[in-house]
Design a protein around this ligand. Structure first.
Ligand code: NAD
Length: 314
């Protein structure tokens, strides 16, 4: 049977790649409703969708900050039938906490957390009534493990994880599945936007030492990590397809094997010291550790490129 998949945030990055991948499924298992906040930005998606456009892929407007916009979009789908929701829309934020206004933090939560809550509130009752459905949520490894200068972004993804972990049990009772996809670094506009903002960031509200740590240690290190470990949006789309088509979908799915050891530190030590110490050492202890870890990342990156591609599902 052909399933209706609603994807949010499809004008770029992971959302665009997921929408296109599902719409071009060789077995034609999906009808994709690819949504975006601003339809003027549909060009990239239209181009990537090619023949699938208005065939297995339809573009609709949805701003996840507005309940009205969400309701209008869902109600325009025949029988309001959403079999799979891919909640992907999200925004990023990096930098010293002192440089961020409470307003900008609230606005990030409005999209990353309340956006999810709004969309789920709109589709879950129908899924429960039909006793079927799958809610797939683009979280992040930062939903499991915090990262320096990502305080607010990470908090929003922790909120997403707690929300889904709590809701998943109720959903299960109604045969509705939930899955969190947890990518590590992915090379998209998201990353570019973040670095652009960071380069132009007014750091006068923080002290000199913090500004220096951010600009001279964090930013170069983080860029190196993206280069060494970064996945493509298409990689994440393949993982998403696997999760959606799995007979028994995982509740959590990390997409990047190279990042997994860092998240495993947390599970290895209930006191929470191990990941803190490890991240502290990597960041501050001395350049030797930093350089050694960068060299290791580059090596792993070269190796991962030689790895065969994940096999396509039958
Ligand atoms: P992106 O900026 O290319 O895509 C985000 C999309 O969300 C954009 O199309 C944007 O227009 C849309 N969006 C923002 N606010 C919206 C709103 N109010 N309503 C509807 N759409 C809205 O970045 P991406 O990397 O593709 O990010 C997609 C998701 O993946 C996000 O939830 C992000 O947190 C998550 N993620 C990204 C990375 C990464 O390294 N890029 C890593 C882990 C998780």
């Amino acid at each position: 049977a052909c399933r209706n998949v609603l994807v949010t945030g499809c004008s770029s990055g992971i959302g665009l790649a997921v929408a296109v991948r599902l719409a071009k499924d060789e077995l034609k298992r999906f009808r994709v409703v690819a949504t975006m906040r601003d339809l003027d930005r549909r060009g990239g998606l239209e181009q990537a969708a090619g023949n699938a456009l208005n065939n297995t892929l339809e573009i609709k407007e949805m701003d996840v900050r507005s309940e009205e916009s969400i309701r209008e979009c869902v109600s325009s789908i025949p029988q309001r039938q959403v079999d799979v929701l891919v909640n992907n829309a999200g925004v990023g934020m990096i930098g010293p906490l002192e440089c961020q206004s409470i307003g900008s933090m609230q606005s990030l939560f409005d999209t990353n957390f309340f956006g999810l809550a709004r969309v789920v509130k709109e589709v879950l009752p129908d899924m429960k009534r039909r006793q079927s459905g799958h809610i797939v949520v683009m979280s992040s490894v930062m939903g499991i493990q915090g990262l320096l200068f990502n305080d607010v972004y990470s908090a929003s993804k922790f909120a997403v994880e707690g929300f889904c972990e709590s809701l998943a049990v109720q959903a299960m009772k109604f045969n509705v599945k939930m899955s969190l996809i947890e990518p590590g670094p992915v090379i998209t506009e998201f990353e570019n936007k973040i670095y652009e903002d960071a380069a132009n960031m007014d750091l006068s509200d923080t002290d000199e030492e913090t500004a220096k740590i951010f600009k001279q240690i964090y930013l170069p290190y983080s860029k190196a990590i993206f280069t060494a470990l970064g996945q493509t949006p298409q990689d994440i789309a393949e993982h998403t397809l696997k999760v959606i088509t799995s007979d028994s979908p995982p509740f959590r799915h990390q997409t990047n094997k190279l990042y997994t050891p860092l998240t495993a530190l947390k599970q290895a030590d209930p006191s929470g010291r191990l990941p803190l110490d490890a991240f502290y050492k990597i960041t501050f202890q001395h350049n030797r550790v930093l350089n050694a870890s960068l060299a290791l990342l580059r090596l792993l990156h070269r190796r991962s490129r030689k790895e065969p591609k994940p096999e396509k599902p039958a």
